[in-house]
Design a protein around this ligand. Structure first.
Ligand SMILES: NC(=O)c1ccc[n+]([C@@H]2O[C@H](COP(=O)([O-])OP(=O)(O)OC[C@H]3O[C@@H](n4cnc5c(N)ncnc54)[C@H](O)[C@@H]3O)[C@@H](O)[C@H]2O)c1
Length: 250
């Protein structure tokens, strides 16, 4: 039997990049998929692709920065599939800048998507999970939520916040049989980074001290999301699953 048969997964930012890889990997294990994204065209294409492989999937428009949008998206997900078992808080943006040259606008936008988005997603979904008897929330964080990187001040700060927000949330909902964990990928080839792979110096800098010495494929992160979504990780909550090719090991 597929590991996630009958489970319902909402993936924020699931239309493209790593989010789409999570959706495909969860679907492969039998989950029904809700692609929740601001990009309607890519969302529709993602749902069509999943549907062509036999997955029950719907697209809901979501702007993770808006509480109203989260409420509408989750209500639509519950209407479509009766419940939500898995939430992948994946949507995120990266805007470069040092502490000195980051504008307030860039700071606020980064925090709105990367931190407020995770907060609102969890806040909205938890009552539904509680009513259904439990669930698994997976927050996509970063190696740069554990260690810093120059010229990424807002991003690093946002991911640091997600790291601890994960533990705060876990501490509150363990009694409801809801597990909350963070995943910490390093440089991964996605829509966000696809243009960078043609810049050898940038790749070298982003791969950094990684022991495996290469960027990740999105599927290599998605497989850990499947693990955290499944009962195989039943004793994990408030944990950080570091998937960084050894970046933070040395
Ligand atoms: N790619 C990497 O190297 C890398 C490394 C570590 C962590 N991450 C994290 O992984 C996650 C996914 O990143 P990615 O590389 O796949 O990015 P991506 O840019 O390829 O895809 C991001 C997705 O999020 C959606 N999105 C953006 N803003 C949104 C909003 N306000 N509301 C709803 N959806 C929105 C986009 O439409 C897109 O579908 C992010 O949280 C990112 O910080 C990425």
């Amino acid at each position: 039997m597929a590991r996630l048969y009958g489970r319902v997964a909402v993936i924020s930012g699931g239309a493209l990049g790593m989010g789409l890889a999570h959706a495909k990997a969860l679907a492969k294990e039998g989950a029904k998929i809700v692609i929740a994204d601001i990009n309607e065209e890519a969302g529709a294409a993602a749902v069509a692709e999943l549907g062509s492989k036999g997955t029950e999937a719907v697209f809901v428009r979501l702007d993770v920065t808006s509480e109203e949008s989260w409420s509408e998206a989750v209500n639509r997900a519950v209407k479509a599939f009766s419940k939500v078992d898995i939430l992948v808080n994946n949507a995120g943006i990266y805007l470069s800048g040092t502490v000195e040259n980051t504008s307030l606008d860039v700071w606020e936008r980064t925090m709105a998507v990367n931190v407020r988005g995770v907060f609102l997603g969890s806040k909205t979904v938890i009552p539904h999970m509680r009513a259904a008897g439990g669930g698994s929330i997976i927050n996509i964080c970063s190696n740069w939520g554990i260690v810093a990187f120059p010229d990424a001040a807002a991003y690093v700060a946002s991911k640091g916040a997600v790291r601890l927000l994960t533990k705060a949330t876990a501490s509150e909902v363990a009694k409801d049989n809801i597990r909350v964990n963070s995943v910490h990928p390093s440089f991964t080839i996605t829509n966000m980074t696809k243009d960078l792979v043609n810049e050898p110096e940038t790749v070298k800098a982003l791969v950094g001290p990684s022991l495996l010495g290469r960027p990740a494929r999105a599927e290599e992160i998605a497989s850990t999301v499947v693990f955290l979504a499944s009962d195989e990780s039943s004793f994990m909550t408030g944990s950080e699953l570091v998937v960084d090719g050894g970046y933070t090991a040395v």
